[in-house]
Design a protein around this ligand. Sequence first.
Ligand code: DP6
Length: 391
Amino acid sequence: MSGVITVVAPVNIAVIKYWGKRDEELIIPLNDSVSATLDTNVMCAKTSVCVSPDFVKDEIWLNGRKESFTSPRLQNCLRGIKSRAAAERSVDDAFLSWKIHVCSENNFPTAAGLASSAAGYACLVSALAKLYKVKSDVSSIARLGSGSACRSVYGGFVHWHAGVKPDGTDSIATQIVDSSHWPQMRALILVVGDHRKKVSSTKGMKISKETSELLQYRITKCVPFRTEAICQAIRDKDFAKFAEITMKDSNQFHAICLDSYPPFAYLTATSMKIIDFVHKYNDICGEPRVAYTFDAGSNACLYLLEDEVPKVLGVIQSLFPSSTPDSFIKGLPARVEPVDAELETALSLHPEEKDSVKYVIHTKVGEGPSEVTDGSALLNDAGWPVNPIIE
Ligand code: DP6
């Protein structure tokens, strides 16, 4: 049997959104996108893999439960890594023929609608790359699992280039700057209580591509300019520029969802309340100090600089009261500055119903996937799950 390889991988939250595929099967996007990779110490996926001549079939366990290995996306990732390993002659044919065991989990609730598939597939592909000793860039293979996963292969700020080739070999992610470049950057993820059945991003993109004229406009007229401008803002650490582009791009993405036919919406009344308070807060500051962005769900990700965190957390706490205030803020330790009377009057916002924001995750920009060797592998020495759920 091979040794067990265990890797942790990060979540990423886009500031220029990926929305629409040029190729459904190969998951090639219609437009470039840009994201920040978030600290794995706060949120991560963890995956253990190993191969053995004794295993009778490929098997996978997700969050303790045995799942089917037949999903085309999973198969494509495994096939992609194996053919890369064969091309690089990094392992021998016998090793390539052995069956694999994969065990993976997230340290954050999958149901919270946070970017779990991006972290999950980046983790799987990075673990497979280590197992099969693949040395070259694997972002184009992570992309085969879930488009946004290709950006989680790198730390810091990341640019996913749509590429032009039909086979997607140039649809890869590259790092803009590493996680040490802008150390003050923080993210607050506001997990919004929302039990609606949502249109999956895969399905939503398809409807938008087929029906939205605004999507076509965005791809040709907005994204190229915005991508260049935000990459420059990141290099220059120009927060005001970064924030403006981030918010405008999120708003345009959600406008595309409504421009699709039939339309669908991810933002809820609580999401709109968050948008409203960010704009009011920025107006009071006289410049953008906080930026919101929303993916295919109602949760907000606020980007802001370290110095602003205590004040913004104070506003969030008074605007979105919690029935469990002691565990309302998770992740990195944070000071909360009570809102003073002046700011309260200026914001003129009334507290929402209790628990409309369930909790807040305080995190920062972090590094890409890394191997862990601290004895916390999810597969035991014989290659079986350490904590299986028996049903
Ligand atoms: C709104 O990567 O989840 O989060 O490629 O179909 O798996 P598939 O979609 P996915 O889409 C993410 C969409 C988004 C924007 C983004 O992350 O760029």
